[in-house]
Design a protein around this ligand. Structure first.
Ligand code: DP6
Length: 342
């Protein structure tokens, strides 16, 4: 029996950075789910044991240990997995090693395939519903993947100002948001392609003994509270202030870790300066956020798409590797597929 899903990547506005126990976050986070940056996965389940995996039709034995580790981690919730062989076919819409995190889209797509199969064999899982179970499994694969299960704005991690938010699984942002945030644009500028110098798992571990640890975690709760007012009122000025602060705080934490890391490149800083200058001169609400890498996510409302894209093509593109960027926007979440080949 075969199940197939496509699942998008996401970009955090308030960043998850630091974790404890089995993939539980040290602080709450909120993200935009993307649309075009996605992974498509098909899993063929048959009786037996073992895993094999292809990416774009090519065997990837080097991915097997990671997948096996993930299956072991979810085995207590899905013991049936121990008597199945999984043949996984996967492909990403974005180029491999483009510096775009494939763990969020990849782990969520795989988790959705597993939960759908569990449902087909009438296995009764613990969570309240299909998507909650898929978010728990995704989280066990990669923390940020827990948020890719839903479209739009998604929260992961308990925080006093959001009643149902919790550390086990992500939830759709439950309150009314200003329409400006519904179809926000995110253009990913590829400043650097290839392996990151610090994996996100090693990066999170840097928070364990970080001197600013407790201040950071309480700041994230404070930011979660602030962003809720911003989302409701469409206060774009404070949206930009807060999200840029979050991006630079993430990098500031890495720079002030021991050992320390600088993941921005000279072109990352050039882009940030250009964006801030463009904003000062044009008074248009175009801003940036960053992942744990050198690439820059350029954020702007859909209403200024033409001007935003013109600025990127005329000014920012020179700082991108081989002029590469991916024009994405907020999307509606994963889709079940009936045919992987499509
Ligand atoms: C900076 O989810 O990639 O993108 O749980 O170890 O797989 P693991 O880490 P991962 O960390 C993402 C960190 C971040 C911020 C965020 O997405 O919230």
């Amino acid at each position: 029996m075969t199940t197939s899903w496509e699942s998008p990547s996401n970009i955090a506005l308030i960043k998850y950075w630091g974790k404890r126990d089995t993939q539980l976050p040290s602080n709450p986070s909120i993200s935009f789910t993307l649309s075009k940056c996605k992974t498509t996965t098909e899993v063929h389940f048959s009786e037996g044991t073992g895993v094999n995996i292809t990416l774009d039709g090519t065997d990837k034995p080097e991915f097997i240990p990671k997948i096996e580790g993930f299956l072991e981690r979810i085995m207590h919730r899905h013991p049936w997995l121990s008597s199945y062989n999984l043949q996984i076919k996967t492909r990403n819409s974005f180029p491999h090693s483009s510096g775009i995190a494939s763990s969020a889209s990849g782990m969520s797509a795989l988790s959705l395939c597993i939960v759908e199969f569990a449902q087909k064999i009438d296995f009764k899982f613990d969570a309240l519903n299909f998507y909650q179970e898929a978010s728990i499994l995704s989280r066990l694969g990669s923390g940020s993947a827990s948020r890719s299960i839903y479209g739009g704005l998604v929260v992961w991690g308990g925080t006093p100002t959001l009643e149902n938010a919790n550390d086990e699984y992500a939830i759709e942002y439950p309150h009314i948001i200003d329409p400006i945030f519904k179809n926000y644009c995110d253009v990913v500028l590829l400043v650097e392609v290839g392996e990151k110098s610090v994996s996100s798992t090693a990066g999170h571990a840097l928070m364990d003994n970080h001197p600013f640890r407790s201040q950071r975690f309480s700041q994230a709760h404070q930011h979660l509270s602030e962003i809720q007012k911003i989302l409701k009122t469409g206060d774009i000025e404070n949206f930009i202030r807060l999200t840029e602060l979050e991006a630079l705080t993430l990098h500031g934490l890495m720079m002030s870790s021991s050992p320390s890391y600088i993941l921005m490149k000279p072109n990352t800083l050039k882009i940030i300066e250009e964006i801030r200058e463009f904003r000062r001169e044009s008074k248009l609400p175009l801003s940036f956020t960053l992942d744990a890498g050198a690439n820059v996510h350029v954020l702007f409302p859909a209403a200024m798409k033409e001007k935003g894209m013109a600025f990127i093509k005329n000014t920012l593109i020179q700082y991108c590797k081989e002029n590469r960027f991916i024009a994405d926007h907020v999307g509606s979440g994963p889709k079940r597929l009936t045919n992987f080949e499509k």
